[in-house]
Design a protein around this ligand. Structure first.
Ligand code: HEC
Ligand code: HEC
Length: 266
C-alpha cells in the first residue's frame, strides 16, 4: 500500500494500465478454457474413453457407473439435471476433490477436454420409464407408500433420496430394481448404518458423512445427528436398505407402472 501511494501519478497510471491489461488477458484465457473445444466430436470422445479406461476406471468402473465400495460416484449422468457446466467437470478432473481420494490430474488441457467429451457422450438414460402406467393412480400409491421417506417437488420425507428428477438419472431397469429389491444397490449417502452408544442406545439411520473421529447420520425419525466415534461401542455398516422391498405381493406390476409413470411426470 505504502509503495503504491508513494508512486508518482504517471507511474501509477502505467501500473494500473498494466494491471488492467493483464486482467483482460487472464479473463480471456479463462473464457477460452470454459468452452469445450471438442463439444460433441465423436473422435475426441473415443480418445477420452481410452484415457478414462486407463486412468479412471480403477475407481469409477470401466463403464463409469461408479464403484460402491470406495464411494466413487457414477459419472454417466453428470449432465442429466441440465445445470452442469462442462468447465466445472473440467476443473474437478484437473484439481481433484480435496478431502477425498479423487486425485488431481496433471493432464494437458486437451486431454481433460477429451475426458469431459467422453463423459458427456455417455448421455442420459431416456426419461421415459413407463408407457402404460396411470400417473394419477401412481400419485396416490406414492403418497401412501413412499412419500414418508422420499421427497418429490419439496414434499415428503428425507430418509431416502429426493425422487423429483430420478427418471432423468436412472434407467427403467435400475428404478425397478431399486423398488423391488432396494438392498441390491445402495445409494451413496443413504447407506444404512447402526450405532450403539456407550450407554447402550441403538440408533439406525442413513450415513451422511464420516471422518476419522466422527459420524453424521439421519436417524429413522429423520433427525440429523452427529456422534463422536469415541462415544460408540459399535458402528455397523448394514447390508439391508432401510427401504422395505416392494415385491409383487405388495405392489403389483401394474401398480409399479403407475408409480413410475407418476415419477416421470415430475
Ligand atoms: C483413486 C480413485 C479415483 C480416481 C483414480 C479417479 N477418481 Fe474421480 N472421484 C473419486 C471419488 C471417491 C469421487 C467422489 C469424491 C467426493 O465427492 O467425495 C470422485 C469424483 C469425481 C467427479 C465428480 C463427480 C460429481 O458428481 O461431481 C468427477 C467428474 C470425476 N471423479 C472424474 C474422474 C476422472 C475423469 C478420472 C480419471 C482421469 C477420475 N475421476 C479418477 C475417485 C477417483
Ligand atoms: C422407510 C423409508 C422408505 C420407503 C417407505 C421407501 N423408500 Fe425408497 N429408499 C429409501 C432409502 C433409505 C433409499 C436409499 C438406500 C437404498 O438405495 O436402498 C431408497 C432408495 C430408493 C430409490 C433409489 C434412488 C436412486 O437414487 O437410485 C428409489 C427409486 C426408491 N427408493 C423408490 C421408492 C418408491 C417408489 C417407494 C414406494 C413404493 C419407496 N422408495 C419407499 C427409503 C424408503
Amino acid at each position: 500500500m505504502i509503495q503504491v501511494f508513494s508512486i508518482r501519478p504517471f507511474f501509477r497510471g502505467v501500473r494500473l494500465a498494466l494491471i488492467t491489461s493483464s486482467l483482460i488477458l487472464s479473463s480471456t484465457l479463462v473464457m477460452a478454457q470454459a468452452v469445450n473445444p471438442f463439444d460433441s466430436d465423436s473422435r475426441a470422445a473415443r480418445a477420452g474413453g481410452a484415457l478414462f479406461r486407463s486412468q479412471c476406471a480403477t475407481c469409477h468402473g470401466a463403464d463409469a457407473m461408479g464403484i460402491q465400495d470406495i464411494d466413487a460416484p457414477d459419472l454417466t449422468s453428470l449432465w442429466a439435471l441440465g445445470d452442469r457446466a462442462d468447465d466445472s467437470v473440467f476443473q474437478t478432473i484437473r484439481d481433484g476433490i480435496p478431502g477425498s481420494i479423487m486425485p488431481p490430474h496433471l493432464f494437458l488441457d486437451t486431454e481433460i477436454w477429451m475426458l469431459v467429451t467422453y463423459l458427456k457422450s455417455l448421455g442420459n438414460p431416456s426419461s421415459i420409464v413407463s408407457t402404460t402406467g396411470d400417473a394419477a393412480r401412481g400419485a396416490e400409491l406414492f403418497a401412501s407408500n413412499c412419500s414418508g421417506c422420499h421427497r418429490v417437488k419439496g414434499k415428503g420425507g428425507s430418509l431416502g433420496p429426493d425422487l423429483s428428477v430420478i427418471t432423468a438419472l436412472r434407467s427403467r431397469e435400475a428404478l425397478v430394481s431399486s423398488i423391488r429389491d432396494p438392498s441390491s444397490v445402495l445409494v451413496r449417502r443413504y447407506r444404512p448404518v447402526t450405532l450403539v452408544t456407550r450407554d447402550n442406545q441403538r440408533i439406525q439411520g442413513t450415513l451422511k458423512s464420516e471422518d476419522a473421529f466422527s459420524i453424521q447420520l439421519m436417524d429413522t425419525s429423520q433427525r440429523l445427528r452427529g456422534f463422536l466415534k469415541a462415544d460408540l461401542q459399535e458402528f455397523i455398516h448394514e447390508e439391508r436398505s432401510l427401504m422395505p422391498p416392494f415385491e409383487s405381493s405388495n405392489l403389483s406390476d401394474s401398480n409399479l407402472e403407475d408409480v413410475l409413470s407418476f415419477l416421470q411426470g415430475q
